[in-house]
Design a binder for this molecule. Structure first.
Ligand SMILES: Cc1ncc(COP(=O)(O)O)c(C=O)c1O
Length: 393
């Protein structure tokens, strides 16, 4: 069989029937995008300018892959490392890492960031002790942490959660093994209840029980996008590395950072890198600290576009807007005799399961007799009134 490459390259649209089918699907997706409220995706990504620029520059016809550390030097393959470094530096500063004390990269998503946190943590702990570490994570943390414990073949202890969803520090104290290194997966916040595990309480338990070594990874998938920008020093302090001392964190790009496809930001203490048994790849002529080989260079450009167009002030406005809209939804529900529950600094609003029709209409996430919606940047007052009316129906 001969392949007609000219046709492949020149054919800019599929045939008419296929195109119509695709366009129908696109119209449906665009029309219903504001009704995906159970999941923390910003449905007003405003990336038109970026996509126009990709076409204008011809980058839309280019393959762009990020490999390994964005801080590497002497690299021949096409790369966008300078922009990736700028993003990591921007977030490391927002997360209060002291000058020149961080390393990071743009990951393939929240789970990928957690995977690097747990893998780096295991390597770090192996450099401190010959004993195998135990992973501790609360029952309310995202399931990826337990799953990654399984992938990394680590003994995993699931710590009870308090009714609000925070890790129960007294159960951690009961389960923490004083003889083996501890890898703690800390949820900031939990997926369903939006609860922030209390790092001070966890630290106090670690100090008292005193395992041979410990490593704290923060899963900040959604909250990492807005906690540093809230006009509230106590909220900012939760994700301040210099104050809290955590070792690594993972943010999702496609949550508060409003990326339209999976990616994320991973940042860790620079010293952690020294404890990795880095794999030198002869044909790449360098050491690769990351796990997957190829990552999207376009995610890097898109995220760079986002932080340079929104900037700290834009993120501040969006963070305040989301929590203001959260408060409005809470009030609107109370006015309709529905008792909602929201954790501190959370934009996840929980309430008793409404009618099945509404659960499907708004794509709500449900657990037991509770449902939730996540109040993202695109929420406005008319949408909140409509949602509250429908929940009360
Ligand atoms: C708290 C938390 N961590 C991690 C993840 C996983 O992120 P991803 O879907 O990007 O792998 C999620 C996804 O919803 C999450 O809510």
């Amino acid at each position: 069989m001969t392949v007609n490459m000219t046709r492949v390259h020149k054919n800019v649209h599929p045939d008419e029937a296929t195109l119509n089918h695709l366009t129908e699907a696109a119209n449906r997706l665009v029309q219903t995008r504001r009704y995906q409220m159970g999941y923390p995706f910003d449905q007003e990504t405003n990336l038109e300018g970026f996509y126009k620029w990709l076409i204008e520059t011809g980058l839309c016809n280019t393959t762009l892959i990020s490999v390994g550390s964005p801080y590497k030097e002497a690299w021949d393959m096409l790369d966008v490392d300078e922009f990736e470094r700028a993003i990591v530096d921007f977030y490391a500063k927002a997360f209060g890492f002291p000058a020149d004390s961080w390393w990071g990269f743009i990951s393939n998503g929240g789970t990928d960031g957690n995977m690097h946190g747990l893998y780096f943590g295991r390597k770090y702990l192996a450099s401190k002790s010959d004993l195998s570490p135990i992973l501790y994570v609360s029952a309310e943390a995202h399931y990826s942490v337990q799953k990654l414990g399984d992938v990394l073949n680590m003994e995993t202890r699931v710590i009870k959660a308090l009714p609000g969803g925070q890790m129960d520090a007294s159960d951690l104290r009961r389960q923490l093994d004083p003889t083996r290194p501890a890898l703690i997966g800390i949820a900031i916040g939990g997926t369903f209840k939006g609860a922030i595990d209390n790092q001070d309480e966890i630290d106090a338990v670690l100090k008292d029980v005193n395992p041979p070594a410990y490593y704290r990874h923060l899963d900040v998938a959604l909250f990492g996008g807005y906690l540093p920008w809230l006009n509230d020093p106590e909220a900012n302090a939760v994700l301040n590395q210099a104050k809290k001392g955590f070792d690594s964190l993972a943010v999702s790009g496609h949550k508060f950072l409003a990326m339209n496809e999976p990616c994320g930001v991973f940042v860790c203490k620079k010293e952690i890198l020294d404890t990795l048994h880095n794999v030198t790849v002869p044909y790449l002529d360098c050491v690769i600290p990351t796990i997957s080989c190829s990552r999207s260079g376009f995610d890097v450009l898109k995220l760079y576009w986002r932080i340079t167009t929104s900037g700290a002030d834009g993120f501040r406005e969006e963070a305040e807007h989301s929590l203001a809209m959260t408060a409005k939804l809470v009030d609107a529900l109370k006015k309709r005799d529905i008792e909602p529950f929201v954790n501190r600094w959370s934009n996840t609003v929980l309430f008793k399961r409404p009618a099945a029709e509404m659960i499907h209409k708004y794509c709500m996430a449900c657990q037991g007799d509770l449902s939730h919606v996540v109040v993202m940047q695109y929420f406005d007052e008319p949408l909140i009134e409509q949602l509250a009316d429908d929940i009360a129906k």
